[in-house]
Design a protein around this ligand. Structure first.
Ligand SMILES: Nc1nc2c(c(=O)[nH]1)N[C@H]1C(S)=C(S)[C@@H](COP(=O)(O)OP(=O)(O)OC[C@H]3O[C@@H](n4cnc5c(=O)[nH]c(N)nc54)[C@H](O)[C@@H]3O)O[C@H]1N2
Ligand SMILES: Nc1nc2c(c(=O)[nH]1)N[C@H]1C(S)=C(S)[C@@H](COP(=O)(O)OP(=O)(O)OC[C@H]3O[C@@H](n4cnc5c(=O)[nH]c(N)nc54)[C@H](O)[C@@H]3O)O[C@H]1N2
Ligand SMILES: [Mo]
Length: 752
């Protein structure tokens, strides 16, 4: 989402800078953005498919490059045979994080899933944000109706379980968090960070509260109760559109600043002060991120974040938590404004453990058992797209062992890494600078309404497919259309279906128009760009294929003046390479809602039922053992940018952070190796003593643990680190969504 300015000389990137004219990022850039050229040039990045015969046997490692034509024939045959032999219900797909970083994955994962029949779908979302999506879905009606902090106008921001100064934020798209947080303080506002670690973000804040891992729901529940006790509950205009608020507040009566203090590690005075500050501030917002979602009370904590914002009158107001209105692809801009079908969960369950579905997916914590447990419906065929689950999901050792039960594995990925080394065939996408970009996912979570499109900067290598073509071909193969199947047919079918749906949609801007005319207007574009053009044109700022000719009103700017924008289409975005600014976030209630009641559901039954489990936590005395949390650092990106030298050089980063008070009785000194063990596994890692972590808590970053046999990652393998998910426990999942608990894992630490 940061605008980049690339300088090229011949076929090489010679410099990358932040685009100073970018309407959103204004020249800001993080170290990863500057390395796209190196990523492009990385000799280990696959330019051609590889075939790995016997990938999962002891004889693995014999990777052979093949031509694309060979790859299509091989893949088609392997997939067809496997489906014939084991049936469609033996097929699973794992969608990794970068699928939401480009149009191909965002738009063509669905046709691939359909083509496969009814595969078991897993994704990185159930080791990440699923609790927030479900809480938002149940409250507001669609899962990406995530209220984001209006950081540029707020007077008080409370960041929980988030370290945007290292991560650049998440579920709140805002280039330049350092600058934006500094601006809050410069204008007299305050920043509060709630994190067991004194992070870079915490050091830049006014207040840091070192909470015990997993206690966020307790703390927030006590804030609600305190607001109620002091007569400070006032939802403001959002109240008109809310049902169940009294019930929600009543369900939390047991949680008081006193009752939660011991378990949360935050004193009653600090909790009361936090509640008072939130109520007193002209505007305020609580923002919760991965520390609040990948934990035992993730959905409760995510719900409570919005409940506190609601109770203090900060939901849907400037400086509070607001809803982005994206230019394309947002479910909360489709259909009848203000009402919808809402979100249901648990419509089916996993075979072995009976974990419920969310958003059509099963929790990835159940992936290994679905592969290694015999019986009807056992997974025999696994397709991974842009994922590295062997480093990113809990109890990696079990998943690793499960691999040998697979009959076929196909990976779409640019690297032979810890996961894809097990694939029979790896199909690589083009590099990031060889593809167009529009961020369909993260524009929906942006702290300002923006739209920005960039064409490919470099041509693709001759005869290599775009990633959407790979996904479309896999879909066609799975449907039995043969090795010569044309991905363009899948694409044409998709766009015809989408246009058909648009003209049939009585609530949409092109209802009743001739589909053939619209398709002609979208020509000659194809693929994701054609779909994007459609989505923009029927979107909330769209030209509706010529039906809208006047500027589209955007509400009011920061000075209260009305603003507008020419109607959008992809042509319009192409004419504005630095992006189109659609103005500050605007109040969207009740139009944003898609709940059946047409109201904010403040007390969704699925969530309120889980409060009982939280009550039990009050009496859950701690046994004094250490608990493990994660961390991110600026020059990293989950597991996959460690092959770029400038991002990994320097001091070892994969270390166990431990407080000196905890290290002393264990006789651990800085830099020495220790053994960390949990219920499921153990590992050895260097110790780093630091007072920046709360006593009783230790921290390891994730995404390391390279140097596995058969991988092709020369740089990463030199600085392998250890895989923290050897310690996380696949049986430890959040109750409502099945999201893996990655934070607050009981561990033992000893000298190696
Ligand atoms: N212990 C612990 N575990 C965690 C986390 C944690 O905080 N602690 N965080 C979790 C989170 S938030 C996430 S999102 C997950 C991530 O989990 P995953 O998505 O499984 O892992 P990544 O490391 O992001 O791997 C991305 C893969 O995509 C490939 N790739 C990169 N670009 C492209 C592309 O354009 N196309 C294709 N096809 N492939 C591409 C890379 O080579 C890599 O193999 O990890 C989770 N795991
Ligand atoms: N540099 C870098 N940037 C990234 C990524 C990366 O790997 N590296 N990954 C990207 C991805 S996929 C994501 S999802 C985002 C995540 O973005 P963030 O959510 O900002 O991620 P983290 O930096 O892991 O911050 C989580 C914080 O939660 C704290 N924490 C752990 N347990 C608890 C708890 O129980 N309660 C509270 N209150 N805090 C807790 C941790 O100490 C940590 O500081 O980052 C994205 N950006
Ligand atoms: Mo993530």
């Amino acid at each position: 989402m940061c605008g980049l300015e690339l300088s090229l000389d011949g076929g090489r990137v010679t410099r990358i800078r932040g685009d100073r004219d970018d309407v959103f990022s204004g020249g800001y850039l993080c170290p990863k953005g500057t390395t796209l050229g190196r990523l492009h040039d990385d000799p280990d990045r696959l330019r051609a498919p590889v075939h790995q015969p016997n990938a999962r046997s002891a004889a693995a490692g014999a990777a052979q490059p093949v031509t694309w034509t060979e790859a299509w024939h091989l893949t088609e045959e392997l997939l067809r045979t496997a489906i014939d032999t084991h049936g469609r219900d033996s097929v699973a797909i794992y969608l990794g994080n970068p699928n939401v970083h480009h149009l191909d994955g965002t738009l063509f994962a669905k046709p691939l899933i359909r083509g496969l029949g009814k595969p078991k779908v897993f994704s990185a979302s159930t080791v990440d944000q699923r609790p927030k999506e479900v809480a938002s879905g149940l409250m507001f009606g669609t899962t990406l109706s995530v209220a984001v902090p209006d950081i540029d106008r707020t007077d008080l921001v409370v960041l929980m379980g988030a370290n945007p100064l290292e991560s650049n934020g998440s579920l709140a798209t805002a280039p330049d968090w350092p600058g934006r947080l500094a601006a809050v303080r410069d204008r007299g506002g305050r920043v509060v960070v709630i994190d067991p670690r004194r992070t870079k973000t915490a050091r830049a804040a006014d207040t840091h509260l070192a909470i015990r891992p997993g206690a966020d729901a307790l703390l927030l529940a006590a804030v609600v109760t305190e607001l109620e006790r002091t007569g400070r509950v006032d939802p403001g205009h959002a109240g008109e559109w809310t049902v169940g608020l009294d019930e929600a507040i009543a369900s939390l009566a047991a949680f008081t600043p006193e009752s939660v203090a011991v378990r949360s590690g935050v004193s009653p005075d600090e909790i009361r002060s936090l509640a008072a500050q939130l109520a007193d501030a002209k505007s305020a917002v609580v923002y919760g991120r991965i520390g609040t979602t990948t934990q035992r009370f993730g959905t409760l904590a995510s719900w409570l974040v919005d409940l506190v914002n609601l109770c203090t009158g900060n939901l849907d107001r400037a400086g509070g938590a607001m809803f982005t209105k994206a230019a394309a692809g947002a479910a909360n801009t489709r259909g009848t404004p203000g009402v919808g079908r809402g979100v249901r969960i648990g419509r089916f369950a996993s075979r072995v453990r009976g974990l419920g579905e969310t958003m059509g997916e099963l929790p990835v914590a159940a992936l290994a058992e679905e592969i290694d447990t015999d019986g009807p419906g056992q997974i025999k065929v696994l397709i991974t797209v842009a994922g590295n689950p062997l480093l990113s999901t809990p109890n990696s050792a079990r998943l690793e062992a499960a691999m040998e039960h697979l009959e076929l594995m196909i990976s779409v990925d640019p690297y032979v890494n810890e996961t894809t080394r097990h694939a029979d065939i790896v199909l690589p996408p083009p590099s990031p600078i060889q593809r167009p970009h529009y961020d369909l996912a993260f524009t929906q979570l942006a702290v300002r309404n923006v739209a920005n499109y960039s064409p490919p900067v470099m041509e693709r290598d001759p005869d290599t497919p775009e990633e959407w073509e790979i996904l479309a071909r896999l879909a066609a193969f799975a449907q039995g259309l043969g090795p010569e199947a044309d991905p363009a047919d899948v694409d044409d079918l998709m766009i015809t279906t989408l246009v058909g749906a648009a003209v049939a949609d009585e609530t949409g801007p092109v209802h009743g128009r001739d589909a053939t005319d619209l398709l002609a207007e979208l020509a000659p574009r194809t693929g994701p760009e054609r779909m994007l053009d459609l989505m923009l044109r029927i979107g909330p700022y769209g030209d509706a294929f010529g039906a809208v000719t006047e500027p589209v009103p955007l509400g009011l700017d920061e000075e209260g003046r009305p603003i507008s924008v020419p109607p959008l289409s992809l042509n319009e975005l192409e004419a504005h390479p630095h992006g189109v600014d659609l103005g500050p976030l605007q109040p969207r209630l009740p139009e944003v809602l898609r709940t059946p009641s047409g109201r904010i559901e403040a007390a969704p039954p699925e969530i309120v039922a889980d409060v009982r489990r939280l009550t039990a936590l009050l009496d859950d005395g701690e046994d004094g053992s250490l608990v493990l949390v994660g961390r991110r650092d600026l020059r990293s990106n989950n597991s996959w940018m460690h092959n770029v030298e400038v991002l990994v050089k320097g001091k070892e980063r994969c270390t166990l952070h431990i407080h000196p008070d905890d290290a002393a009785p264990l006789r651990l000194t800085n830099g020495e190796l220790c053994v960390v063990s949990s219920r499921v596994g153990q590992l050895e890692v260097p110790v780093e003593l630091t007072e920046d972590i709360a006593p009783g808590v230790v921290s390891l970053p994730h995404g390391w643990g390279h140097n596995q046999p058969g991988t092709r990652l020369a740089v990463a393998n030199e600085r392998a680190g250890v895989n923290s998910n050897l310690l996380t426990d696949e049986d430890d999942v959040e109750a409502i969504t099945g999201t893996a608990v990655l934070s607050g894992i009981p561990v033992e630490v000893a000298r190696a």
